[in-house]
Ligand binder design. Structure first.
Ligand SMILES: [Zn+2]
Length: 147
């Protein structure tokens, strides 16, 4: 586990990386910029630490119909990603919504990403990574989505 002081540093790093990502996307313009700009307003930003041995998020309960800006930070040494999937999935089973998929880009060590996601149904889900370095079941954190 990460000591609290280290965790604080990680969160600070994450916020800087999220701002950097937002600026990068904003420079592209269009709908993506609108979506990314929203986290500075009402869209909750959820920082998710994805490590070599565990996934951590200070928030694990979410509401149907709210768009969240999940900001995965790779705090491990290996390459990781963030997948939102049904709880208990032993292989990558990312949620889908039309053409969208609840899966971040692969993240190199000490980098952050952004995954905007709105849950359309209540239930038991998990934040997970199923990279090869984790073995079959991957690393995951149970979350709950309610109406
Ligand atoms: Zn991983």
């Amino acid at each position: 586990m990460i000591a609290s002081q280290q965790r604080t540093q990680v969160v600070h790093l994450g916020k800087l990386l999220v701002v950097g990502a937002a600026l990068a996307v904003a420079s592209i313009g269009g709908a993506a910029a609108t979506a990314i700009a929203a986290p500075s307003g009402n869209t909750p930003v959820i920082i998710v630490e994805v490590g070599d041995d565990a996934v951590f998020s200070e928030r694990t309960t979410f509401t149907v119909g709210t768009t969240y800006a999940f900001a995965p930070i790779n705090v491990g040494a290996e390459r990781h990603e963030l997948i939102i999937e049904p709880q208990g999935s032993l292989t990558a089973q990312p949620l889908t919504d039309g053409g969208r998929i609840a899966r971040s880009a692969p993240l190199a060590s000490s980098t952050a990403g952004m995954l905007l996601w709105r849950f359309d149904a209540p239930g038991a889900y998990q934040l997970a990574c199923h990279g090869l370095d984790h073995g079959d079941s991957g690393v995951s954190l149970p979350i709950e989505v309610t109406n």
